[in-house]
Design a protein around this ligand. Structure first.
Ligand SMILES: [Zn+2]
Length: 448
């Protein structure tokens, strides 16, 4: 079990060690620290990288090999419609549910809005259809804030306008896979100017993560965003790359963009944007190979626009420090909950230094929103619905802590430097990882 009472000196040592090994690209190393002490937090990394046989044997029970596992306990698309309708009724209209769009296959995409405050928080889940815990957590959260008479819930409703779009990729979710199943022909029917163009790079038509996209190709919707919210897809911008911007080719990303723009028009800005994901099942804590990471979080998704040619127009709005403060509020709530259940304390920082302006988080960060990524343990092809209740609870606790800090204004008092002291994610000790996934990771395409 991880104990969160380490000195900042130990943190600095580990961060320095990770930087030296090239693991934590782009993160600032805190200064100082005696050089003759071993970097305690990098132990697992060192042993994994050195191929330590005892280490590998001790952790080899965790598998990243994709397999068919039951997922019926999660909320499917039909059940989500029933649940949102029920919450709207039992909340006596405090939660307002609206259909804001349709997926490529015509499934409803709903938003649920609660609160009348000036501070807007947008929450999305299941952009990757095999990452389902966030949807269940949002349903729980909406029911609580819509029905609770507690002082905290009243403060949320008075200070915040919470807009949740659970299961924003219902087509991928019903297939229980990462991407939707929109064909390139369907894209060009929607955007005739793209006829004759090569498909975008995030159009999968191969086998990936245990899913056969050859029979049913589709898009990773989480690379389809563009920080210019009025962008219209242009043939010269295809096929693009993971490092570049997206195009709003998918109706799902376009729907979220439309909701975001509507909130901008109504409130001036979207204060906070949270996207709920899952990562591999077999990441361990950096100081303990026996403890799996429950949740990785992050507030950094793009390079500082002030220093990146072509992105200068976003520099004034971009606010990394605020994203850091929001993430610290998430971490603090989970560390407090770890006193009751240690699993909640296994929180790490998602790899820093990434630059993905084509993600929803990247694009909305460039538009000035504070941004928070949740990466819960294990996609459905490796973890199925195991630990569903505890993982759903971990997301709920993190969101609760963040929303409470935003509603009270306490988030402004948090030192952003506390973010850099959240431990880095340890290695993935899984065995039997799919070849496709490994190739893509080596190519720098995050699969989380
Ligand atoms: Zn994801």
């Amino acid at each position: 079990m991880r104990c969160r009472t380490r000195s900042t000196v130990a943190v600095g040592l580990v961060t320095t060690a990770l930087l030296a090994s090239g693991t934590l690209v782009g993160s600032a190393a805190p200064p100082g620290g005696p050089a003759d002490q071993p970097p305690a937090w990098s132990t697992a990394l060192d042993r994994a990288q050195a191929g330590d046989e005892a280490f590998v044997a001790a952790t080899s029970q965790c598998s990243e090999t994709p397999r068919e596992l039951p997922v019926h306990e999660f909320t499917d698309h039909r059940e989500l419609g029933v649940e949102l309708d029920r919450i709207e009724r039992v909340s006596d209209g405090a939660v307002d549910v609206e259909q804001v769009g349709r997926s490529n296959r015509g499934r409803e995409i709903w938003s649920a809005r609660v609160g009348t405050g000036d501070t807007v928080v947008l929450l999305t889940s299941e952009i990757h259809g095999n990452e389902k815990v966030g949807t269940d957590a949002l349903v729980d959260l909406l029911e609580w804030v819509g029905t609770s008479g507690s002082r905290k819930a009243r403060q949320w409703r008075e200070e915040l306008t919470i807009v949740a779009i659970p299961k924003m990729n219902p087509d991928g979710a019903e297939l229980d896979r990462r991407g939707n199943d929109q064909t390139w022909a369907e894209v060009t029917a929607r955007h005739p100017q793209l006829r004759g163009s090569e498909p975008s790079w995030n159009y999968y038509a191969r086998s990936l993560q245990g899913d056969d996209y050859t029979q049913r190709p589709g898009f990773d919707t989480n690379r389809d965003y563009h920080p210019d919210l009025s962008y219209v897809p242009q043939p010269e911008d295809l096929p693009g790359s993971s490092a570049g911007t997206g195009w709003y080719l998918t109706p799902e990303a376009s729907t979220v963009r439309d909701v975001y723009r509507g909130l901008q028009a109504e409130f001036g800005e979207v204060d906070t944007y949270v996207d709920l994901h899952h990562q591999g099942a077999c990441y361990v804590m950096p100081d303990d190979p026996d403890e799996f990471v429950t949740l990785s979080i992050s507030g950094q998704f793009v390079a500082d626009p002030a220093t990146k040619p072509g992105y200068e127009q976003y520099a004034d709005d971009y606010d990394l420090d605020y994203s850091k403060q929001l993430n610290v509020a998430v971490d603090r709530a989970l560390q407090a909950a770890a006193l009751r259940r240690p699993l909640f304390g296994n929180v790490t920082l998602y790899p820093q230094g990434i630059d993905l302006p084509g993600t929803g988080l990247g694009s909305f960060a460039l538009n000035g929103s504070g941004t928070v990524l949740f990466e819960v343990r294990g996609q459905t092809q490796t973890l199925g619905q195991q630990q569903r209740a505890a993982l759903t609870r971990s997301v709920f606790i993190g969101l609760d802590g963040m929303l409470t800090a935003v509603a009270s204004g306490a988030v402004e008092q948090i030192d952003p430097a506390e973010y850099d002291r959240i431990p880095p994610r340890g290695p993935n000790v899984g065995v039997g990882e799919e070849e496709d996934a490994r190739v893509l990771r080596q190519a720098g395409v995050p699969l989380d």
